[in-house]
Design a protein around this ligand. Structure first.
Ligand code: G3P
Length: 495
């Protein structure tokens, strides 16, 4: 009987379940968008129960769509939006409040206070991270300090913290497992990436009790079984990996220096640095890519907070388009951006600028500006921001990039071509579009012997789209000049 791997890909805007066969091909996909809440300026929340229900329902649907039975699933891999913070009651399994999403900036001021007290370097040394509201640490503290009864519950040992992977596994195992993996732990700002343990000094600094934290495990092992009440049979949960690290894995970036970019809600660029912890001098972060057995692989990462989210904004708030796909057609209705530049700093600027108080700007609007120019500027902004990070990465690694491996849900031909034009290197895309989900499927499949080793899965990867730089150099220089001007004039908008 042929078996399959089910990957649960819990992203920022969408819960997806994807089934892969032994050759790494997709058998079925089910997906569901869920609600985002913004109760105050710069706050972004999600309902943790909705995350769970949407994820559980798409898992069922994917199995049905494939015409399979739950018995046919050999293992489940989980990949997730990272940093998003959930606290729940261990006895009732109920969240004590909404999940605070990674984009949420409510703890920016507190981060500033910590910076003023001189903690930025300690945090960087221990966690590889920049002291920023993006990561889970200050979000956990906020929930403990601002949810009535939370601290007392924690003292009584009744509270659990988890990133989305932990939360889903807790629900899938009906509370039997409270775990996470190193790749997710490395995004919390309380995990020491050198000693590979929760860092006592940082826990004390942020006043986070250790008893609420999950056990940190490798990225590829059996953590537990799904409760029989869910799928009718117990299925091993055998892989966990933060979504961006999972994409690095599935893009087969196994050698030092290999780089991928995933174009989803945000854009996340990661470079494999092997077993070396490379410290950035250019405002990138150092993170754990994955751990298999005893072997920990590290990465340099640059995060662009608003990538595809700028397209969602044009769809949902501006009503400029009805679907994400429509953006390309609208952009191609104009031959260029008409001098319009968008800096999509809607939730601040991430790497390499790290300006928590920046907000989005439009430059170069004129009486001739059309929706097509805006659409084009939006797509270009995604590529410009990615280039900013890639250039910082080149400076850190001392090597010029020779290829960019690309993937993600909002990636289209126009972005790929423009990305290649302004980088001057080929941008390639592999045969599998669902690269993030495939990463966690591989990690789960490797743990249960579905795939023998990395060599076996490497054979699945194949480049199917290549975009070479075509734009004339003087045009590239000109557009980069305007982009730099636009970014330079954006920033420190909020008090
Ligand atoms: O760090 C946040 C990241 O994991 C979110 O990824 O793909 O949901 O935008 P995505």
């Amino acid at each position: 009987m042929q078996k399959y791997i089910l990957s649960l890909d819990q992203g920022t805007s969408i819960s997806r379940a994807i089934i892969f066969d032994k050759s790494g091909k997709i058998i079925s996909i089910a997906q569901k968008e869920f609600e985002q809440f913004s109760p105050r300026l710069s706050w972004i929340e999600q309902d943790a129960n909705e995350i769970w229900y949407s994820q559980a329902s798409v898992a069922e649907e994917a199995i049905q769509k494939a015409g399979l039975r739950a018995e046919d699933i050999k293992a489940i891999g989980i990949t997730n939006q990272r940093e998003t913070t959930i606290l729940w009651d261990k006895e009732t399994g109920k969240p004590i409040g909404n999940a605070i999403v990674w984009q949420d900036r409510r703890t920016s001021q507190y981060c500033d206070e910590l910076k003023e007290k001189g903690y930025a370097q300690t945090i960087k040394d221990k966690t590889g991270l920049i002291l920023d509201a993006y990561f889970s640490g200050t979000k956990i503290k906020w929930l403990l300090d601002n949810t009535p009864g939370a601290r007392q519950k924690a003292e009584e040992g009744k509270l659990a913290f988890g990133t989305v992977d932990s939360w889903l596994i807790w629900k899938l195992t009906k509370g039997a497992c409270h775990v996470t993996d190193v790749s997710n732990a490395s995004r919390t700002m309380i995990y020491n990436i050198k000693s590979l343990e929760w860092d006592k000094e940082l826990l004390e600094l942020l006043d986070i009790p250790q008893n609420i934290l999950p056990e940190v495990r490798t990225s590829s092992e059996v953590y537990g079984m799904t409760s029989k009440s869910l799928f009718g049979v117990e299925i091993p949960i055998a892989g966990i990996c933060g979504d961006q690290q999972a994409a690095l894995f599935a893009q087969m970036c196994f050698e030092k220096g290999m780089v991928k970019n995933t174009y989803n809600t945000g854009c996340f660029i990661l470079m494999n640095t092997g077993d070396q912890i490379v410290t950035s001098n250019n405002n990138l972060i150092t993170t754990i890519a994955w751990q298999i057995g005893d072997k920990v692989t590290y990465a340099l990462e640059g995060s662009v907070f608003i990538g595809g989210a700028v397209i969602q904004w044009l769809r949902d708030q501006m009503n400029l388009i009805h679907s994400i796909e429509e953006i390309e057609e609208l952009a191609l209705s104009e031959k260029d951006n008409g001098g319009v530049y968008i800096v999509p700093a809607f939730t601040g600027l991430g790497a390499p600028y790290w300006d928590q108080y920046a907000r989005g700007t439009f430059w170069g609007l004129n009486m001739g500006t059309t929706p097509g120019h805006i659409a084009r500027a939006a797509l270009e902004s995604i590529a410009f921001r990615s280039r900013d990070v890639l250039k910082a990465m080149e400076r850190d690694s001392g090597n010029a990039l020779t290829q960019l491996r690309a993937g993600g849900t909002v990636l289209n031909k126009t972005i790929m071509q423009f990305q290649s034009d302004i980088l001057g290197i080929p941008v390639v895309r592999p045969n599998v579009k669902e690269i993030t989900a495939l990463g966690s499927a591989y990690l789960a499949g490797l743990a249960v012997g579905f795939w023998k080793d990395i060599e076996e899965i490497k054979a699945h990867w194949e480049i199917t789209e290549v975009y070479d730089a075509k734009m004339q150099i003087d045009k590239v220089d000109k557009t980069l000049k305007y982009w730099k001007r636009a970014v330079g004039r954006t920033g420190q908008w909020l008090d």
